[in-house]
Design a protein around this ligand. Structure first.
Ligand SMILES: *Cc1c(COP(=O)(O)O)cnc(C)c1O
Length: 358
């Protein structure tokens, strides 16, 4: 029996994708082997990786002058790889700090010797807001502006794309593929795959061509964007299963109407859950209304003493992984692409009945 899994990541994978992967598992493309057992240099897998890249380019509308890379080390690997590929030690870089993932990216840039200018820091709101677009003043000469379009832990999301003369670098781990984006506004997009793109263990990097080829000599080869682009992300053995499964997910997105339809469904799910929270006396969400995430929705109970009973009852109702991040407490419902509206409705129904009982 499948549950509704509200985990922030690794997260739900669409059931049709799991069923197709399971049907193909033991004998993939007539090879008599699973996709995990074939050579990554063989023509079948090389074709599979090329198909996944082509599908990602089509679904996201990635222009030809961008490289698409499938790397290991997750999004966190890119926290260090971004400064290694784009700067020399001592260069200035700009960051917007909207919460915990921003902070980790900032710490990595500092570790790599960057002079980090935090051009906006939402500490005053306890990271429940995004800065107004007009308030941003990027530093002249900074090598890039980094931001986190969606803070997965705080549930805080930008409703706009920040502007800077320097290339924009965005950690899209928790909202990539939830709606159409204009890739040409970004210098580099990166994302860990375990939220909306399949199993853990991979990062997708989409880098404008002119921003590759400048890695520091000390950059690990597997994170040197140019070296990886030249080898089709196969300088070493790539995360083959992740590349394959991302291809299946992109097929599923295409078959269900592409990113425009995905955005409508994701927005409707988030709207329904926020409406239920806002209209209740028991639950509340701390995030400013113009900065509320579509994919990660934290909420607290008026009396934290009820948390354990809430989680226990949810588990019994087949609603799992609702416990909030340890740093925030309360609950968090992550409702990525694979979470159906029926799962959100089941959660809302459970929340209402729990509120009536308490
Ligand atoms: C999950 C997440 C990460 C970390 O991803 P890993 O693949 O575990 O390194 C980084 N940034 C954001 C915004 C995330 O949601």
């Amino acid at each position: 029996m499948r549950v509704y899994n509200f985990s922030a990541g690794p997260a739900m994978i669409p059931l049709p994708v799991l069923e197709r992967a399971s049907a193909e598992l033991a004998d993939w493309r007539g090879s008599g082997m699973s996709v995990m057992e074939v050579s990554h240099r063989g023509k079948d897998f090389v074709a599979c990786a090329a198909e996944t890249e082509a599908a990602l380019r089509l679904v996201l509308g990635i222009p030809d002058n961008y490289k698409v890379l499938f790397l290991q080390g997750g999004a966190s690997g890119q926290f260090d790889a971004v400064p290694m590929n784009l700067t020399a030690p001592g260069d200035q870089v700009d960051f917007i700090n909207t919460g915990q993932w921003s902070k980790k990216a900032i710490a990595a840039a500092e570790r790599q010797g960057q002079v980090v200018n935090v051009i906006a820091d939402e500490a005053a709101s306890n990271y429940t807001t995004v800065p107004p677009a007009a308030s941003l003043a990027p530093t002249p000469g900074a090598k890039y502006l980094h931001y986190t379009p969606n803070e997965t832990i705080g549930g805080v999301e930008f409703g706009y794309v920040p502007q800077s003369d320097a290339p924009l670098v965005a950690d899209f781990s928790s909202t990539i593929l939830t709606r159409p984006i204009d890739v040409s506004q970004f210098g580099v997009i990166y994302a860990g795959t375990q939220k909306n793109m399949g199993p853990a263990g991979m990062a997708v990097v989409i880098a404008r061509e002119d921003l590759t080829g400048h890695a520091r000599p000390t950059t690990p080869a597997i994170w040197d964007w140019q070296a990886m682009a030249e080898s089709d992300s196969m300088l070493n053995t790539p995360p083959t299963f992740g590349i394959y499964l991302l291809g299946l997910i992109l097929d599923w997105i295409t078959q269900t109407g592409g990113l425009t339809a995905m955005a409508e469904r994701d927005k409707a799910k988030a709207d329904a859950l926020y409406a239920a929270i806002d209209s209740s006396a028991l639950y509340s969400n701390p995030v400013a209304k113009d900065a509320r995430s579509w994919t990660n929705i934290p909420f607290t109970l008026a009396d934290p003493a009820l948390d354990a009973a809430f989680l226990e009852g949810a588990q019994e109702a087949g609603l799992t992984n609702l416990k909030g991040h340890r740093s925030v407490g309360g609950m968090r419902a992550s409702v990525y692409n694979a979470m159906p509206m029926a799962g959100v409705q089941a959660l809302i129904a459970y929340m209402e009945s729990f509120e009536q009982q308490h």
